[in-house]
Design a protein around this ligand. Structure first.
Ligand SMILES: [Zn+2]
Length: 247
């Protein structure tokens, strides 16, 4: 397969702090588990902010629905630990009905101002027509709300003024944003050394993945396809992102 003309494999210099915002527990591990493991190996402190508890997910009808949020939070914490991510925060929104509200923008802005990341990883606010399953409505809403929080809310001292007045959280500029599963990837990360770590993290989400007998093959298939698109040699694995810089 020919390399996509605009897909760069140029390494990006490491940062001190990165913040990942996703709609559901497991989204980061499916979309970017290898990349997160790579960042951690470079010394980056990674924080996860998970907006919903994934309470509309799961496949086992014998598990009471009321237990799902607790189960899925524990799974995301364990998955994070397996990649070296110790700081996992949950916003407690309802799964399946996420919309872009000023309240959600404020809640993400709060975490941005607390963590003060130089890099963020978010979901795409744009639908990917090639991979509709990656464009779950909650993902689109999470991506749009996160982008609104990055620009302009978190950096604007006159947005969500209660964050400063009540919590002392000053404005913060996020200069680098990575978008996963979007329609226009620009950057590929070679995650060959971190595929096993990604699979371990995915298996930690047992309520979502325990029934997938072909999880290994499926993930390796996706990642080797992405590597081929980026022009990497046979046997390599990659995750792709749209990388944007905001001054
Ligand atoms: Zn999801």
């Amino acid at each position: 397969m020919a390399a996509e003309p605009n897909l760069s494999i140029e390494p990006v210099p490491p940062v001190e702090r990165a913040l990942v915002v996703t709609a559901h527990p497991d989204d980061v591990d499916f979309g970017a588990g290898g990349t997160v493991a790579h960042w951690v190996s470079q010394g980056t402190a990674v924080t996860y902010c998970v907006i919903t508890d994934g309470d509309a997910g799961g496949f086992d009808p014998d598990v009471p629905r009321s237990q799902i949020p607790e189960i899925r939070r524990a799974e995301q914490i364990a998955a994070g630990e397996s990649l070296g991510v110790a700081d996992v925060r949950f916003l407690g929104y309802r799964d399946g009905s996420l919309t872009v509200t000023m309240g959600l923008r404020r809640d993400i802005s709060r975490v941005i101002r607390q963590v003060r990341p130089e890099r963020m990883l978010i979901q795409s606010p744009e639908r990917n027509w090639q991979r509709i399953q990656a464009s779950h409505p909650d993902h689109l809403a999470a991506g749009e709300a996160a982008l609104c929080a990055i620009y302009p809310d978190a950096r604007n001292p006159f947005a969500h003024t209660e964050l400063l007045a009540d919590e002392g959280l000053v404005d913060w500029v996020v200069p680098e944003v990575w978008i996963m599963a979007g329609p226009q990837p620009t950057h590929a990360v070679d995650v060959t050394d971190f595929v096993d770590a990604k699979l371990t993290a995915l298996r930690a989400h047992a309520s979502q993945t325990a029934h997938m007998n072909d999880l290994d093959e499926r993930i390796r298939g996706w990642l080797s396809g992405a590597a081929a698109q980026a022009g990497l040699p046979e046997g390599r694995y990659a995750e792709t992102f749209q990388l944007i810089h905001i001054s």
